[in-house]
Design a protein around this ligand. Sequence first.
Ligand code: ACO
Length: 330
Amino acid sequence: RPIAYIAGTGHAVPKNIMTNADIAAMGLETNDEWIVDRTGIKQRHIAKDGETLTSLSADASRMAMARAGVQPGEIDVIILGTASPDHLLPATAVEIQTALGCTRAAAFDISAACSGWLYGAIMGESLIASGSADTVLVIGAEKLSTIVDWTDRNTCILFADGAGATVLRRNKERGSTKGVLSSFMRSDGALAELLWRPAGGGAEPFSPEVFEQKRHYVRMAGREVFKHAVRSMAEATDRALDSARLTAADVDLLIPHQANVRIIEATAKHAGISMDKVFVNVDRFGNTSAASIPIALSDAVEQGRVKDGSTVLFAAFGAGFTWGSLVARF
Ligand code: ACO
């Protein structure tokens, strides 16, 4: 290492913005003050007519490919992390492939919830390390508005839509320190039911009863998820820094999964990283699950907070549970 580096980033979110006041106006017993105080979220983007996971992902990918200076024909593999695909069969990644004209690529989805982009980036780096690929498009994208219950104030205030994309390329420069320096990934399926969609898969297929009982929507035990998120993100930041032989002082920017400002603050505190070195945009975008880290990275690049030579620590946590981390030098 480093074998692969992040050559370009991009993001795309729906045009439609929904504020906390808009949610309260839908008749839910909630308000802007409660949502900002408990989560830090002020608004989110929610897809409307014609905006699909494929269209958002293709827009984000075109931006990432343009910034990386990569043509569609140069992409060897497309990996999409998502929990809200356009279709259950086939993978949305192949639809994105067609939209982009990446005719040489292999394309597939992975299911790791909010850790989707991070797992995808680790897989992309591994494909480059094994010699199977030189250029991998790693996307995290969600249209969570289609799988949340808009009458459940515990969940609908949190989740949102959007896509983030990154181009990973083989580092061919001799002696270069640019690229992925370390990574860590872990799961615990014993806790799956704390954050899940009970029905709609083979175990409990769609049926009138499922729709009546709303078992096809995301269900979450918020407090429990919160505790595990803080604990697991702490482990994740420790492990990635240790294996890169770095300390908190070496980190220029921490880009954590954007679920909740309080989880982000606890993660930064544990890692010993001050909040001025932590990127936060959950206030504008809400929790976009697999899309949150690549959207945040692209946003940070646009704001000039990630520059040549920056050392960035990424940390994710999501349903499964899944969690992980990655350190990359730009
Ligand atoms: N507006 C007003 N009141 C609400 C709302 C709301 N939107 N939601 C819940 N409440 C009420 C509850 O009903 C409860 O009322 P009660 O005391 O009368 O029973 C009270 O507020 C406190 O509820 P808690 O759930 O205990 O509130 P908490 O402080 O834990 O905050 C929250 C809830 C924001 C969901 C928090 O638990 C959290 O952020 N958990 C992590 C969730 C998360 O980030 N999930 C995603 C991470 S992983 C991933 O991204 C997949």
